[in-house]
Design a protein around this ligand. Structure first.
Ligand code: UGY
Ligand code: MN
Length: 247
């Protein structure tokens, strides 16, 4: 909850946003039955940087939580943060995920106690390249490597880094005290969700304390840096757009 004087860590700036869980207001895009959830990042943010080019939201499991797929030209990644989800006879457990290519109709549901993180992005086709196929996977089985040689900052890539994919979703896990080795400034934008732990995120010219449950949007070219702090490792899952011509 916010403090007695309406304090919150939430900030929405022209090239980044920090959305703390205390400000969440329910509401989901169409297609999720009567599920409850919160849209964390969307093009509606706009801002001086043109606004996000994707949607990131949380969905809570329950009786009405059934979805049949995104719009025809939109791809989707669903990551199970907690509980389970059902996909056409298969059960997805916590830290499992499924990627749906555009137009891939399906029936996905989630019972009470489940929490799903969803990334929706319009797919940008490339002539001569088939779009990817549906795939399921799990964080434990994802290729995981030290980031730029630092074994205290492990980077797991959930989706193949191949030209057919125009989005990546990765999980970064830092031991306390580990940091991004330099302030990144890049054409790709990010949507990030703190899975656990805490730390300090530099976004543009500001430094923010962040913790489990926080969401961050970083526009293209938003200078960014992170250091993990506290007694346990910090981990975040994040989206980035890749492999397409920015022109
Ligand atoms: O993939 C990335 O750009 C990543 N290193 N950025 C980040 O964690 N803010
Ligand atoms: Mn980055």
């Amino acid at each position: 909850m916010s403090g007695p004087f309406g304090e919150t860590r939430t900030r929405v700036e022209w090239n980044h946003a920090l959305i703390a869980a205390d400000g969440h207001v329910p509401g989901l895009p169409p297609g999720w039955g009567t599920a409850r959830g919160v849209v964390l990042i969307s093009p509606a943010m706009r801002g001086g940087a043109g606004g996000p080019r994707f949607c990131q939201y949380l969905v809570e499991g329950g009786d009405g939580c059934v979805c049949h797929g995104p719009a025809e030209d939109v791809q989707r990644l669903v990551y199970v943060l907690a509980g389970t989800a059902e996909l056409e006879g298969d059960t997805l457990a916590a830290d499992d995920f499924v990627y749906f290519p555009p137009g891939d109709e399906h029936t996905l549901s989630a019972p009470d106690g489940a929490r799903l993180l969803v990334f929706d992005k319009p797919y940008e086709p490339v002539e001569g390249l088939d779009p990817p196929a549906r795939r399921t996977g799990s964080l434990a089985d994802a290729p995981t490597e030290p980031f730029l040689g630092d074994s205290d900052a492990m980077l797991a890539t959930l989706l193949p880094i191949e030209p057919a994919f125009d989005m990546a979703v990765n999980v970064f896990t830092y031991q306390s005290g580990a940091a991004l080795p330099f302030v990144e400034t890049h054409v790709m934008e990010h949507g990030l969700y703190m899975r656990s732990g805490q730390g300090v995120y530099r976004l543009g010219e500001k430094w923010y304390p962040v913790q489990e449950g926080d969401t961050i949007w970083m526009a293209s070219y938003c200078p960014q840096w992170f250091v993990a702090m506290g007694k346990s490792p910090a981990s975040y899952i994040y989206y980035k757009d890749i492999h397409r011509d920015p022109l």
